[in-house]
Design a protein around this ligand. Structure first.
Ligand code: BEZ
Length: 220
């Protein structure tokens, strides 16, 4: 199990592009690792195709993408043909690697097993985990979905925008924020410091408590 802020494990794994050592593969990029219960399953196929189609969005944000499923590289390579066909990019080289976690070693290490979903041999499958890793190899975000709920990758891109912004600027992003939208000044920031950091201005929302903690500023 990896907690937010922890160094993400530097595992060595077989993938559809050969053996990789995770940190070296990541280099100076951000990374997203997303897991799947099994190959040749319907929801997973839609998810992998969606991510393949969103690759320009991940690249724009300097994010390397890697998927994981508990089957062999040989099985993944056959499945990729279905994913490409479903996603409508048949002629293209598949744009990101898929980890072959046949022994479920990574699934156990990263706390990704879903006890409610089992394969034909009764072994638990991996849930739909999402891990976003920073260039410093720290875990910045993790989300777990059950096998029966496909992910919304537009939301994951939105969350990456927030992570990348708040890494450098002393703001937090409010509910349903989209890149370019107003942000919240960090509650820990003193008034004088906030005024100098956010020259575009800060508006304090009046609240029944009389406390001035809801400070809004244009995205820095
Ligand atoms: C799917 O990808 O469709 C799926 C996989 C395992 C359990 C339920 C759904």
């Amino acid at each position: 199990m990896v907690n937010l802020g922890d160094e993400f494990p530097n595992f060595k794994v077989n993938t559809t592009i050969g053996t990789i050592q995770f940190h070296e593969w990541l280099g100076d990029s951000w990374g997203i690792l997303f897991s799947h219960p099994a190959d040749f399953t319907p929801v997973c196929t839609t998810e992998l195709a969606r991510v393949a189609n969103l690759m320009p969005e991940f690249e724009k944000r300097n994010v390397k993408v890697i998927a994981l499923s508990c089957d062999s590289v040989e099985s993944h390579s056959k499945w990729i043909e279905d994913i490409k066909s479903y996603g409508g990019h048949v002629a293209d080289k598949f744009p990101y690697p898929i980890i072959a976690d046949e022994g479920r070693d990574l699934a156990v290490q990263l706390g990704m097993l879903d006890p409610d979903e089992r394969d034909k041999d009764g072994l638990p499958l991996t849930c739909r985990a999402v891990f976003v890793i920073s260039p410093t190899k720290r875990l910045k975000l993790s989300i777990l979905y059950p096998a029966t709920t496909g992910r919304n990758f537009a939301e994951i891109l939105r969350a990456i925008d927030s992570l990348q912004l708040t890494e450098n600027k002393k703001v937090a992003t409010p509910a349903d924020w989209q890149s370019g939208g107003d942000c919240m000044v960090l509650p820990t920031l003193k008034e004088e410091e906030a005024a100098s950091l956010f020259p575009k201005g800060i508006s304090v929302k009046p609240l029944p408590s009389g406390k001035s903690y809801l400070r809004v500023t244009p995205q820095p």
